[in-house]
Design a protein. Structure first.
Length: 322
């Protein structure tokens, strides 16, 4: 039992940076803008956050700097896609490549240099709760903030009027505009907000999960974040589930690596990414829906509603606001 709790606790802690990245991408895409620069944004956020925290000896400034970098990259995407009406995918992909190489170039002086990290912070009373205490409340402040981010984003999306406006902007922009909503302004705002969260995700890697900075320090996590958002159907709670599932796969891979030394370590490093993509392909297709599973109609209907993925109707589409 203790080993299982350790694996789950590790999975939750190491998934924290991806929570910020995936929630940020979910917000942006719910507003109708695809931020495909996630890989480069996370890299730049990781490098910038670590560099600022290292030279100022201030973690808060490090996270703030990473958020600003992420917001600037997102602003470039918003300007090119919303104002200039160019391809969101093309702009984001180019920025992903550019920022990845730029982070390696600018971060060369701080490669493998020790720096500050987020300290562990156990919550009194809550940490003593059986099972849940060890699982959820014996980590650091960044992990606890990620819990709040998931809950607040879900509540904002589905239980507030501004959240309804956000989803209208990404699904029915013409109807939202007809009701007096400034679609362009809100798309800018939510794209920038999502980019800032992805920048924070990068700093969470270099200042917590993978402390320090090295060449391609967070390689692959930006692309997996984009996949998890699709897997989660652009719903904050489902997206968070996808993130933690990926974290569990990573923890299991680490355990398998130590128990099966004859298998090359590269297999266990790549396995979580491959398995997550496999799950995405299965759940995003109609295989499970169309397959005649020997289950009662009510359960089959619930599975159909749960796994069916429907993107925001106006995702990636330009909008003419007269």
């Amino acid at each position: 039992m203790n080993e299982i709790l350790t694996i789950l606790a590790t999975a939750i802690a190491t998934s924290t940076p991806l929570i910020f990245a995936c929630i940020g991408e979910t917000i942006s895409e719910q507003a109708g803008v695809i931020n495909l620069s996630a890989e480069g944004t996370i890299m730049m956020g990781a490098m910038t956050g670590f560099a600022i925290a290292k030279f100022t000896d201030n973690l808060l400034l490090g996270f703030l700097g990473a958020a600003i970098i992420g917001a600037i990259i997102a602003l470039i995407i918003a300007f090119g896609a919303i104002t200039l009406k160019q391809s969101q995918v093309a702009i984001g992909f180019v920025l992903a490549l550019l920022c990845t190489d730029l982070s390696s170039f600018l971060g060369n002086p701080i490669v493998r240099v020790p720096g500050p990290t987020v300290a562990s912070f156990k919550i009194p009373i809550f940490q003593d709760i059986p099972i849940l205490g060890k699982l959820l409340f014996q980590s650091d402040l960044l992990v606890y903030i990620s819990y709040l981010l998931i809950i607040l984003t879900w509540f904002y999306f589905y239980h507030t009027k501004p959240g309804l406006t956000l989803r209208a902007v990404g699904n029915q922009p013409l109807a939202a505009f007809a009701r007096g909503t400034n679609v362009i302004l809100w798309r800018y705002f939510y794209t920038i907000l999502g980019g800032a969260l992805m920048g924070i995700a990068g700093a969470a890697f270099s200042l917590d999960f993978k402390a320090g900075w090295s060449y391609r320090h967070t390689a692959g996590y930006g692309w997996i974040a984009l996949a998890i958002v699709i897997f989660g159907g652009w719903h904050p709670l489902k997206v968070a589930f996808g993130v933690y599932l990926f974290g569990i796969l990573q923890s299991l891979a680490s355990v398998a690596q130590s128990t099966i030394p004859t298998v090359p370590t590269q297999v266990f490093t790549v396995a979580p990414f491959a398995l997550m993509i496999m799950v995405l392909v299965i759940t995003s297709s109609d295989f499970l829906v169309n397959n005649k599973l020997p289950l009662p109609p009510t359960i089959r209907r619930w599975i159909n509603q749960t796994i069916r993925i429907t993107p925001p109707a106006a995702l990636g589409k330009t909008f003419e606001q007269d």
